[in-house]
Ligand binder design. Structure first.
Ligand SMILES: NC(=O)c1ccc[n+]([C@@H]2O[C@H](COP(=O)([O-])OP(=O)(O)OC[C@H]3O[C@@H](n4cnc5c(N)ncnc54)[C@H](O)[C@@H]3O)[C@@H](O)[C@H]2O)c1
Length: 318
């Protein structure tokens, strides 16, 4: 029998790539999404795939998706632009939505994997971040709608494991990029790609010396599948540990796109983390996972997608 997997947020960036990977691994997949920040175009290529089903619904209400063996819970606005606009929805999907997804796993005796985030570490005082670090999060700041929703979801996931015996996994995802990201979601790579391809200034917030690490989508999804196949119930970081300053990243985008755009500096937003880099020792030892695609290669592999997205957007505006 083919295993059947539920992917919440299946029309989003990560969720849609995960659907592709699960189908390739021989799963049948039911994706649910309310299209708050996701797009049908992300799963358009799966419409005629016999093992794929899409249900447009809000997971903050109880729902029925039939019997499943796995639940991959990926629904939530994820980019700062999205979760600032949809603050209350973000808290709801990270509480009610997570509870509903966990209840489905419990009812079906299914394995559950929760997509957590490096934002659980907040503006970290420990660097790089290991899974044992408890974080430095402002519970009432503008980013708290996302950070605290994710921290609550982690607590709920552990509680369903401890009290209800649900077979749970938690992945702490670090910045991931690649095709299907929204052009206007405010994250570093789509922003720089869009600006470089339009010939606009690349906006760098602060002095650009804050660091980030970027993981290419296929590496990230490989980590999800390995974690799902492991026995680990505690959080595991999945991200690329190569660290770049934002300014360095801007220059790489300029080089790869061949753009003549300039860099423009703007005020740093509140609570913007200064450093972010995963310690992936646990993923390496436990899952035999590490990223294979470096930033330059990943940017080159994403270039066609961003070029098409910029052209399509320009056509709509014209
Ligand atoms: N992309 C990253 O770098 C990153 C990093 C850390 C964590 N994550 C986590 O991974 C998950 C997916 O992120 P993404 O980048 O693909 O974001 P995304 O916005 O592209 O996808 C999220 C999807 O969830 C859907 N959704 C939101 N609320 C919903 C609801 N109530 N009911 C049904 N569907 C709902 C959206 O419509 C969207 O399709 C999120 O949980 C996010 O927190 C992503």
């Amino acid at each position: 029998m083919r295993p059947r997997a539920l992917v919440t947020g299946g029309a989003g960036f990560l969720g849609s790539h995960l659907c592709d990977a699960l189908l390739a691994e021989g799963y049948s997949v039911v994706a649910v999404d309310n299209l708050l920040t996701g797009r049908l175009s992300n799963i358009e290529h799966l419409r005629r795939e016999g093992q794929f089903e899409f249900l447009q619904l809000d997971i903050n209400r109880t729902f029925d998706c039939g019997e499943v063996n796995y639940v991959f819970h990926f629904a939530s606005p994820a980019s700062p632009v999205d979760y600032m606009v949809h603050g209350v929805d973000t808290l709801k999907v990270g509480s009610l939505g997570t509870m509903n997804a966990l209840d489905i796993a419990r009812k079906n005796n299914a394995r559950f994997l929760f997509s957590s985030t490096s934002e659980c570490y907040g503006d970290p005082l420990e660097h790089p971040q290991r899974e044992t670090y408890w974080g430095n999060v402002n519970s009432i700041g503008p980013r708290s709608v996302y950070d605290e929703a994710k921290r609550f979801s982690e607590a709920l996931t552990m509680a369903y494991h401890r009290y209800h015996g649900v077979d749970t996994r938690i992945v702490r995802i670090f910045n991931t990029y690649g095709p299907r990201m929204q052009l206007n979601d405010g994250r570093v790579i789509p922003n720089f790609m869009k600006q470089a391809l339009r010939g606009e200034d690349l906006t760098v917030y602060g002095d650009g010396n804050q660091t980030r690490s970027f993981c290419y989508i296929t590496d990230e999804v490989d980590g999800f599948l390995r974690l799902a196949g492991s026995d680990e119930h505690f959080p595991v970081n999945i991200g690329n540990p190569s660290e770049f300053t934002i300014l360095d990243c801007a220059h790489r985008v300029l080089e790869i796109t061949g753009s003549k755009s300039q860099v423009r500096f703007e005020k740093l937003p509140q609570d913007d983390p200064k450093q972010r880099r995963p310690d992936i020792t646990k993923a390496r030892t436990l899952l035999g996972w590490e990223p294979k695609i470096d930033l330059d290669a990943g940017l080159r592999m994403s270039l066609d997608y961003f070029r098409e997205a910029v052209t399509a957007e320009a056509a709509i505006r014209a």
